[in-house]
Ligand binder design. Structure first.
Ligand code: ATP
Ligand code: MG
Ligand code: MG
Ligand code: MG
Length: 442
């Protein structure tokens, strides 16, 4: 009799997504920025191309294309956080006022905090940051051994802040995504080592995105603590003023120095020059600011309870998404950090016409095989099937959306030795390649 066969379950074959079916439907929208509204390049481009849609002030719908990008960014951040032994958690957004009263920030946060009442008239807020919640969580675990430290907990969740002036789209929202990490260490020395390793991970994230950044001395604001740095992307629309020393490289947010100050306080020689930046990350050494009131303790090597030394580390996920578009794009066309481009490849079949049939079929086949291959283009290929439009018009759209590679299936693709025109949008060059060459390139 026949023996049972154990064949591996087959992987699903994924048809390439079609530009004609993308939500929202038409690619380029006009007039989504209110007349007179202060706007910026990333906001305009993201609205125009249907990456985001405004909901109420400072809140946006993230639509399919931008969500792909954001998920890639989150994967990149997760990778770097796991690389420094971070453990991912997800804390409630709804936070009881009790916690905030304990740290003294219920009053300090003022009108920046979204506050609400539950049915029993208990005070709550929508979390703008989570130092209180995470320290309480740590303290609730009973006695933690020193052997378990450092402990690095992080989350990537929505934060709520009733900003006085939400503006520039995702750059300053009232509801936005932040990656916030909290560290627990046995003493200051260990905590400062953890601080350095998180800063290095932040640097790697921004490097891998291909962004120019500076780390500057920063103010600790209402988060508190004694040591703080910001990660800033130099940009004219940035809202932070930064100074840099031409001699020793010292750099700071002007909030931390005398503004009138023209000479570097570190080397006493160099002069400070001013520029603007977009704050994308912020790191704090907190000491016992939260661990003390919440009694976040650990058992040391001599079996005594000690208060843990903490750090906290914020990274603006939606802000990085918008800021990288802001600094990398042209006024009329998006350019993405390669790693987080929503789709890597867009394939353009010829315009419908008497001789087009073969070309359209070839383009579909190519999109299908590239998008399902074992290469790193798996799931990264989109087909611009709007074949009633000329290739020129679709190329223009592809340029605005900024796919790193656009593959044109033109007349030369139908010859005996098929040649594809490949527009490499990141490098601004066009190359002509055989199918093999194309696969090699991608
Ligand atoms: P800003 O000075 O721009 O108001 P912040 O100093 O208040 O920012 P932090 O409390 O340091 O922000 O939060 C950590 C990170 O969260 C910031 O570095 C930034 O990347 C991001 N972030 C803060 N506020 C917003 C916002 N309103 N919209 C989008 N991202 C934000
Ligand atoms: Mg702020
Ligand atoms: Mg700031
Ligand atoms: Mg900050």
């Amino acid at each position: 009799h026949a023996s049972p066969s154990f064949s591996a379950p087959s992987k699903p074959i994924i048809p390439p997504p079609l530009v004609s079916r993308l939500f929202p439907s038409s690619n380029l929208r006009e007039g989504q920025v209110e007349a007179g509204e202060l706007t910026c390049r990333s906001q305009r481009l993201m609205l125009q191309t249907g990456l985001i849609h405004p909901s109420n002030p400072g809140c946006f719908h993230y639509l399919p294309v931008s969500l792909r990008s954001m998920e890639k960014l989150i994967r990149l951040i997760d990778e770097e956080m796991h690389g420094i032994s971070g453990q991912k958690i997800d804390m409630p957004v709804l936070c009881s006022a009790e916690l905030w009263k304990k740290s003294g920030r219920w009053d300090l946060m003022g009108t920046d905090m979204f506050r609400l009442l539950d049915r029993h008239c208990g005070d709550y807020c929508l979390g703008p940051t989570h130092e209180e919640a995470v320290t309480q969580l740590f303290a609730s675990q009973g006695t933690v051994s020193y052997k378990k430290l450092p402990l690095l907990l992080y989350q990537i969740t929505r934060k709520f802040r009733d900003e006085q002036k939400p503006k520039f789209g995702l750059l300053r929202g009232r509801e936005f995504y932040m990656k916030d990490m909290y560290s627990f260490d046995i003493n200051e020395e260990a905590a400062l080592q953890t601080y350095q390793s998180v800063c290095q991970a932040y640097g790697r994230i921004l490097d891998r995105l291909g962004l120019k950044w500076v780390k500057v001395q920063a103010d600790t604001g209402n988060i508190g603590g004694s040591l703080s740095h910001e990660f800033q992307l130099p940009a004219d629309i940035g809202e932070d003023r930064l100074v840099m020393c031409g001699n020793c490289g010292f750099s700071a947010n002007v909030e931390t120095i005398e503004p009138e100050q023209a000479q570097c306080s570190k080397c006493q020689v160099g002069t400070l020059t001013e520029s603007k930046g977009i704050e994308v990350g912020h790191t704090f050494y907190l000491g016992t600011k939260y661990s003390h009131p919440f009694k976040a303790q650990f058992m040391n090597a001599s079996n005594e309870l000690e208060i843990t030394k903490m750090g906290c580390f914020g990274l603006g996920v939606t802000r990085i998404l918008a800021a990288s578009i802001e600094v990398m794009s042209f006024d009329e066309a998006i350019r993405w950090p390669g790693l987080i481009a929503p789709y890597q490849v867009c394939i353009l079949p010829p315009k419908t016409g008497s001789k087009a049939h073969e070309g359209i079929q070839l383009a579909e086949k190519l999109a299908f095989s590239l998008g399902n291959s074992m290469s790193n283009m798996k799931g990264e290929v989109i087909l611009d099937d709007r074949t009633q439009m000329t290739i020129g018009k679709r190329l223009k759209d592809a340029n605005i959306l900024g796919y790193p590679y656009v593959v044109v299936v033109g007349k030369k693709a139908l010859e005996d030795q098929p040649i594809f025109e490949v527009v490499c949008q990141q490098r601004g060059e066009t190359v002509f390649l055989s199918e093999e060459g194309l696969v090699d390139l991608l």
